[in-house]
Design a protein. Structure first.
Length: 170
């Protein structure tokens, strides 16, 4: 879905990575968890923090800061895990995403959202659905289904299905 397809007011969960504010459609968010013990999985990409036990289910956790080529997420009292459901090959997959803090749920009108900037062919912006404007602040609205490449999601999916990560990446 691109910004032109947003024709009604939508709710977004806002969260911080560094000093920047990002948002994702609340319909994609399952829950927000306090930071808990993350079990590291050997031989996975750097952005893959590990897995957590969520009521008996294994949920892979990714470090969004590393996905966006920022520094690794530091654990603070505000650090949390945003549990989202993304589509992989048209099948729902649950992933936890580390965030520095969760801000709030906001409503954005279609006229408050502009298309993602076109920066050139070398810089990927296809995962940004649009730029929300609230007061004087810009909010990057993520298309959470496109944040990760197909290869990255295959690794996460392999961990989620219980396959060894090295096998999932092959």
């Amino acid at each position: 879905m691109n910004v032109n397809e947003i024709t009604e007011t939508r709710q977004y969960l806002t969260f911080k990575l560094g000093q920047e504010i990002f948002a994702t459609d609340v319909a994609k968010v399952r829950e927000v968890l306090d930071l808990t013990t993350i079990t590291a999985i050997p031989r996975t990409p750097e952005f893959m923090s590990g897995v957590i036990n969520l009521r008996g289910s294994v949920v892979p956790v990714v470090d969004l800061r590393l996905c966006f080529e920022m520094s690794k997420t530091e654990s603070t009292r505000n650090t949390c895990i945003v549990v989202v459901e993304v589509l992989l090959d048209n099948e729902p997959t649950v992933i936890g995403a580390l965030a520095d803090s969760v801000e709030e749920v906001i409503d954005l009108e279609p006229e408050q959202i502009q298309p993602a900037p076109r920066i050139g062919t070398q810089i990927r912006t296809d995962f940004i659905r649009g730029m929300g404007k609230r007061d004087a602040q810009f909010i990057m609205i993520l298309d959470i289904d496109r944040v990760f490449s197909a290869e990255e999601l295959a690794v996460v999916r392999g961990v989620d299905s219980g396959k060894p990560a090295a096998e999932a990446a092959a």
